[in-house]
Design a protein around this ligand. Sequence first.
Ligand SMILES: O=C1O[C@H](COP(=O)(O)O)[C@@H](O)[C@H](O)[C@H]1O
Length: 224
Amino acid sequence: MQINVYSSAEEVAQKAAQWISSLAKSKIESKGSFTFAISGGRTPWEMLAKLAKENLPWEKIFLFQVDERIAPEGHSDRNLTQLFQVLQGTRLMTRLNIFPMHVISENLENACEEYSGHIEKNTGTGKLDLIHLGMGADGHTASLIPGDKVCKVENQMIALTDQPYQGRQRMTMTFPLINQAENILWLITGDEKKEMLVRMLDKDLEIPAGKISQDHAVLMTDLL
Ligand SMILES: O=C1O[C@H](COP(=O)(O)O)[C@@H](O)[C@H](O)[C@H]1O
């Protein structure tokens, strides 16, 4: 794990946007596209707003969701709603290839399979160029929630949580998919996450974040 400590959450967002932009340029130059998955929650949006100002060939970028709440279209609980709010009015809305998790489907199991299909088709291998992750103060990452059966899924790329978490069932990328990514970028800010960050870096298998591979991983944080 490469660890970069910055002085504020804003600096973390700025450095992350620059880092992603440079990785995207190099992948597009070498293979013609960049496949990128973004988490939800609170941390990614400032980074995404800064990334949107970069001069990139957006039509060659394929953006996936790491996880999503099972909630109606446009609901404020949805990560996609926040993502669209950030991108509204930018040229990315029409040029970027965005793949929403189909959480309003009547058959959510099928929707998980369909989403895996989109990832396989656009990566060729199932390995995304970059997965961005955040971590909750309880050590969860993506919607891999402590104690939920979804943490044990080994034969699916995308799965549903067994239990609602913070009021909603979730759809999420699973450990096998996340751990085979070419690159993982952790953005972890906020004092309440200090204790779990230390456990994550110690590869504590009792918390979901501790089970994510630290090879090819970069951490940007205002903690430590
Ligand atoms: O529930 C979630 O929380 C984690 C952490 O969010 P953060 O705002 O504290 O960074 C997030 O990575 C995940 O995508 C989200 O659904």
